[in-house]
Design a protein around this ligand. Structure first.
Ligand SMILES: Cc1cc2nc3c(=O)[nH]c(=O)nc-3n(C[C@H](O)[C@H](O)[C@H](O)COP(=O)(O)OP(=O)(O)OC[C@H]3O[C@@H](n4cnc5c(N)ncnc54)[C@H](O)[C@@H]3O)c2cc1C
Length: 365
């Protein structure tokens, strides 16, 4: 997020400094599964996904770097009639907004797309072939290097220690290596954004939550062109990764917190779901696993916008920040430079939990 915003601000002629307490791209982004989609339930997120696909399709022209964007599609598998009805409504909205290639599928159509899928109990599916996967590392460094070429400075190993203030206004930050004065400061510290905001006494409703990912050795049970496949009811998902398969699932019993140790016993629970939904996975040998942090908000929508004079936030992406960064970086840079958001971003208003104007996202994994 920080590197995308830096790129778009630098492109508009603003002088930008990104600070990171470690290395860029090593936070939540390093754990990311790389999914990019426009199949959301809210208008703002559908537009965001469309914009992300547009930027990533032209990423080399825009930044001079590859995004490794593979449009293999996203396939949602729907078990209950309620799920099918709400995804059907979302498909109608997506098509109305210009996602021309999204369709509802029958269970047997879904089975034809992914060999080995068990679809006997499904109520339906949706598929958007232009959704897909991109490289988190490639996109982060693409934005960062393109921002640097436009004059942005990226300071790594530079933790924020405190904010500088004058009355209510934030005038900069104090880091381990000195002070930086700035007209605008943006908190985009991923799962640690609440901890950063707390240094100013802010209570940002963003909680870190562990998610685990497993990757197999080379595996012939999945084809390179197979879509990102999501069993929406259980949140079990998988997609081709190199010569193998990457898979994961949310665990609702995980308490909020910054623990990123891998719980190998969770693999058994995923395997039990896979046995019912996609049995070929049982023949894959797991090569590696990692855990990263989602940055959860109560309505699964991010916090984007001003917090107080001189201070902004772009965080709380609730597991979708990689695909949101290309659009949000551009929209927020436009807002900061022109003084008005280029799109209706009311759903992301940082104070919405006080005003009660919520537009929750339902297509969350
Ligand atoms: C397992 C997993 C799978 C995911 N899959 C997807 C997916 O398929 N698609 C998708 O769109 N999203 C996915 N996500 C979510 C996505 O990875 C995040 O939403 C996104 O990477 C957030 O980016 P960010 O730049 O906001 O945060 P980060 O990448 O966490 O960057 C924040 C940076 O802030 C720095 N920082 C923190 N505190 C300080 C401080 N005090 N001073 C200075 N710097 C600080 C950190 O070092 C870090 O580099 C997934 C997440 C996980 C964990």
């Amino acid at each position: 997020m920080g590197c995308s915003l830096a790129f778009y601000l630098a492109r508009q002629g603003r002088s930008v400094i990104v600070i990171d307490r470690g290395r860029i791209g090593q936070g939540a982004t390093a754990a990311c599964a790389g999914g990019i989609r426009a199949q959301f339930s809210t208008e703002v997120n559908i537009r965001m996904g469309m914009e992300a696909k547009r930027v990533l399709s032209r990423f080399t022209d825009e930044t001079g770097h590859t995004a490794d964007f593979r449009q293999v599609g996203y396939l949602f598998l729907l078990t209950t009639d309620d799920e099918r009805a709400s995804f059907a409504e979302a498909v109608r909205l997506q098509r109305r907004l210009g996602v021309d290639d999204v369709v509802e599928l029958s269970p047997s159509d879904a089975r034809a797309l992914v060999p080995g899928l068990e679809t006997g109990d499904l109520a339906g599916a949706t598929f958007c072939p232009s959704d897909g996967l991109a490289g988190p590392n490639e996109v982060t460094y693409g934005f960062a290097n393109a921002a640097r070429r436009r004059g942005a400075v990226i300071l790594e190993d530079t933790p924020l220690d405190a904010f500088l203030t004058q009355g209510d206004r934030v005038t900069g930050v104090v880091t381990a290596h000195g002070q930086i004065m700035s007209d605008d400061t943006v908190i985009c510290a991923g799962p640690w954004s609440a901890a950063v905001g707390a240094r100013l006494g802010l209570a940002l409703p963003i909680a870190p939550s562990r998610r685990q990912v497993f990757v197999s050795e080379p595996f012939s049970g999945i084809e390179r062109r197979n879509p990102m496949t999501i069993d929406f009811h259980t949140s079990f998902y998988f997609h081709p990764e190199g010569d193998g398969v990457l898979f994961g699932m949310s665990d609702p019993s995980t308490p909020p917190g910054e623990d990123t140790t891998v719980d190998w016993s969770f693999l058994e629970r995923i395997t039990a779901v896979a046995q019912r939904r996609w049995p070929p996975l049982l023949d894959a040998r797991v090569k590696t696993a990692w855990a990263g942090l989602y940055e959860m908000t109560p309505d699964y929508q991010p916090l984007i916008g001003p917090l107080r004079p001189g201070l902004w936030v772009a965080a709380g992406f609730s597991g979708h920040g990689f695909m949101m960064a290309p659009a949000i970086g551009r929209w927020l840079a436009g807002w900061m430079v022109d003084g008005a958001p280029p799109n209706d971003l009311a759903a992301f208003a940082p104070n919405r939990f006080v005003t009660g104007a919520l537009q929750p996202e339902h297509n969350v994994v």
